[in-house]
Design a protein around this ligand. Structure first.
Ligand SMILES: NC(=O)c1ccc[n+]([C@@H]2O[C@H](COP(=O)([O-])OP(=O)(O)OC[C@H]3O[C@@H](n4cnc5c(N)ncnc54)[C@H](OP(=O)(O)O)[C@@H]3O)[C@@H](O)[C@H]2O)c1
Length: 264
């Protein structure tokens, strides 16, 4: 798909990766509909990119259909919003679990459902899910987050085949640790020196390339992390052992502490 003149709805546009994705899509000539809860942040980004800001709380199930109706015809959905949902399961209330599932998994599924018919009727479209390497490897202190991100992967793989005959492409992006902006950066956790990071712009480039080339899956992480995620898919017990020895627990607990304010 050529993005010029197409309308793209980006969820989580007020966040670190959302900003980079919105700017990259705008540079390609897309018309943007930007959504999140913090409308003052969205307004500034909308002014910068020539887009439209629509406030929406993805925890509010009744707000999803009105969001789609207000957005109007959309050619590209980038389901990027997420609750970091970091921490050990004992630290979550049942309401916290529901919130993470709603924002990270249910809302992307419902938005895809509500938008795919219109995309197909208008001759095609693209649905992009922002997952995480946590959607390929479950790690200590990230069970709930991983459940939502694994869920996105399975949904996207099936959806891609369902929608292929109707001309709607489906892509999933799997970022590792992203520096400079976003939920990992904001948490202030330090990684061991051998763990590499990528930038928000790398994720944005992967989103653009996924849309333009209808790519199924793209990892955005240095080779070492991508290799680790592949090992975790093939030999999860081995990967868990290695992570334990490398001190994954400390990074996970620092991240959970730094992301407490984003659980709501
Ligand atoms: N940063 C990383 O290292 C990294 C790594 C792997 C994957 N990812 C994924 O990348 C995506 C973007 O994350 P980020 O790093 O940009 O995080 P972020 O800066 O914390 O942004 C999260 C976005 O989600 C929105 N959001 C959260 N709860 C919401 C709700 N109830 N209703 C509507 N919007 C809500 C936030 O907007 P409001 O608060 O304004 O509502 C914000 O725009 C996420 O899917 C994340 O899982 C990030």
């Amino acid at each position: 798909m050529n993005l010029g003149g197409r309308t793209a709805l980006v969820t989580g546009a007020s966040g670190g990766l959302g900003h980079a994705i919105a700017r990259a899509l705008a540079q390609r000539g897309a018309r943007l509909v930007l959504t999140a809860r913090r409308v003052e942040v969205l307004d500034a980004l909308a002014a910068e990119t020539g887009g439209r800001a629509l406030a929406c709380d993805l925890n509010d199930r009744a707000a999803l259909l009105p969001l789609v109706e207000e957005a109007g015809p959309v050619d590209v959905l980038v389901a990027n919003a997420a609750n970091p949902a970091s921490g050990r399961i004992e630290s979550f209330t049942v309401e916290d679990i529901d919130r993470a599932l709603d924002v990270n998994l249910r809302a992307p599924m419902v938005l895809a459902r509500l938008m795919c018919d219109g995309m197909a009727e208008r001759g095609g479209g693209q649905i992009v899910f922002i997952s995480s390497l946590s959607g390929k490897a479950g790690t200590v202190g990230a069970s709930l987050y991983a459940a939502t991100k694994f869920g996105l992967r399975g949904f996207a793989q099936g959806l891609r085949e369902d929608l292929r005959p109707r001309g709607v492409g489906v892509s999933t992006i799997f970022p590792g640790f992203i520096r400079d902006a976003g939920m990992f950066h904001d948490a202030g956790a330090k990684l061991p020196g051998y763990v590499g990071t990528k930038q928000p712009e790398d994720v944005a480039d992967a989103v653009v390339s996924a849309i333009e080339n209808n790519r199924a899956e793209t990892d955005v992480a240095p080779i070492g992390l991508r290799f680790g995620a592949t090992v975790a898919m093939l030999a999860p017990e081995l990967a868990a052992n290695v992570q334990r020895r490398l001190g994954a627990d400390k990074v996970a607990s620092d991240m959970a502490a730094g992301q407490q304010d984003k659980r709501r």
